[in-house]
Design a binder for this molecule. Structure first.
Ligand SMILES: [Zn+2]
Length: 82
């Protein structure tokens, strides 16, 4: 199984929660080792989750994922252009 950045973003919350199966987790781990973008996404997503856990809010606000993905698409486009 080969996964790309969008797969990682799709599963990033479950990955942080330890809620992905071992095969997928291994694929994400391998992807993160070679992909700076997804490493940054993991860091920022983790920070958001931690902050929200501190506030006892466990659901991401509506539209959070869409906005994150839109930003990532933008960053990816910039990367590809350079
Ligand atoms: Zn990636």
């Amino acid at each position: 199984m080969k996964i790309d950045c969008k797969h990682v973003w799709q599963h990033i919350s479950a990955y942080i929660d330890g809620d992905v199966d071992a095969v997928l987790r291994a694929e994400i781990d391998r992807h993160l080792e070679t992909c700076e973008i997804c490493s940054a996404v993991l860091d920022s997503t983790r920070n958001v989750v931690v902050l929200m856990a501190d506030d006892r809010v466990f659901e991401l606000p509506a539209g959070f994922s869409d906005r994150l993905h839109a930003r990532l698409d933008h960053d990816l486009a910039l990367n590809e252009g350079s």
